[in-house]
Design a protein around this ligand. Structure first.
Ligand code: SF4
Length: 384
């Protein structure tokens, strides 16, 4: 099935039929067929706005014009023993990213505070590594407790790698609300992007988090050389796992990693990928994640019509656009920031924030990618 009106000469009515079907399924909370999901990825540029509008109807049905802001705190950066090819912190990476061991509890709480003050409703505590030791779980539990004491209405998500028996329960008991562990790609191609652990390990960790009562957050990375079928497979796997939040990342191909120079995505294809995931996971909080600035570029506002969640500020090892620019983009689109500073559904006003922080880091050899040199692990103020 290929409904494209400009790939094979089939008529635009086929695309409209497809989109009508997908909207009906999405509003009912049911999934498209795999063939329909693949067909979304193969629509033509002439149909792009129709695809975005259809996925936008599904988004607005459950999320209105609300956008949740999430804030990343990189607790421990670089020097990972795992070999995920896409990751600047991997074994053997020569990417010039920040490398530091665990932040103190005080510094982690301060970093979270910056994000919350900037409007974040969820703080994501992330550490590099295969998985936490029991001592690490104790350490992160103290951070969760510290953040919750200051911001009881803010959700805390932990992202510490593969979990062993009992660790998810201990994080939940400490007050964590969610656990993130991405599937990243399809089961069929997982061995192409990592050899030090398996797809099944990742599935098991998401299941452990869910079993402990933590909200499961799990997503994907597009642009690693995968096929359309792989993207559809991982989207369905995330649906089957019951992921409440689904971050969609677009590969940031750091110099010094095996995928350096891999720029396979176009802004249009990024939008089709988001639409496909929106249709497959119609009730999930779909999050526009790393790589949005460099891959979507001027089309970012169209993505907001389909997703209900973004990261504010910087990513783990690369810099995001200025937080003020994000808030202005949301205001320009008429979106409402969910629960910002306790004011549920606060509409953003352009220019609300007085400070614009320019990029501070080291430009990579690729335009638009700047290695993070501010925020956690540095003495420089964060982008929040
Ligand atoms: S994705 Fe996580 S486990 Fe894989 S190399 Fe990066 S930090 Fe390590």
């Amino acid at each position: 099935m290929n409904p494209s009106s400009d790939h094979d000469g089939t008529g635009p009515a086929d695309v409209r039929d497809l989109l009508d079907t997908l909207v009906a399924r999405g509003l009912a909370g049911t999934a498209p067929t795999r063939a329909e999901a693949v067909a979304v990825l193969r629509t033509g540029d002439d149909d792009l706005l129709d695809v975005v509008a259809a996925a936008g109807r599904v988004r607005r049905h459950r999320f209105g014009r609300r956008v949740r802001l999430n804030y990343l705190v990189n607790l421990k950066s670089g020097l990972c023993p795992e070999d995920c090819t896409y990751c600047s912190q991997r074994l053997g990476s020569t990417a010039q990213v920040l490398k530091y061991s665990w932040l103190s509890t005080e510094d982690a709480v301060a970093a979270a505070r910056a994000g919350v003050d900037g409007g974040a409703r969820r703080v994501c505590l992330v550490a590099s590594g295969r998985g936490p030791s029991d001592r690490d779980v104790v350490r992160v539990s103290a951070m969760v407790d510290g953040i919750k004491r200051e911001h009881p209405d803010v959700e805390v998500c932990a992202c510490l790698g593969l979990l062993r028996d009992g660790q998810a329960e201990r994080l939940a008991a400490a007050g964590a609300d969610a656990y993130n562990h991405n599937l990243n790609t399809s089961e069929a191609t997982y061995a192409d992007i990592c050899t030090t652990h398996e797809y099944a390990d990742r599935v098991q960790t998401v299941a452990r988090a869910k079993g402990a009562g933590l909200s499961p957050c799990s997503g994907l990375i597009a642009g690693m050389g995968e096929s359309d079928q792989d993207l559809v497979d991982v989207a369905f796997a995330l649906r089957d796992l019951g992921a409440d939040s689904v971050p969609v990342n677009f590969l940031v191909p750091f110099d010094g990693t095996p995928l350096a120079g891999t720029w396979d995505l176009t802004p249009q294809q990024c939008l089709r990928i988001l639409a496909m995931v929106r249709f497959v996971c119609p009730t999930a909080e779909l999050r526009l994640a790393a790589g949005r600035e460099v891959h979507l570029r001027s089309l970012q506002p169209l993505a907001l019509e389909m997703v209900s969640s973004i990261f504010l500020g910087d990513y783990l090892t690369s810099e995001g656009q200025a937080a003020r620019a994000d808030l202005d983009m949301l205001a320009d689109g008429g979106f409402e920031v969910e629960g910002a500073r306790g004011a549920a559904g606060a509409r953003v006003t352009p220019g609300d924030r007085s400070e614009v922080r320019a990029p501070s880091g080291v430009p990579s050899s690729e335009p638009g990618v700047t290695v993070r040199r501010r925020g956690p692990g540095t003495a420089v103020a964060p982008n929040a």
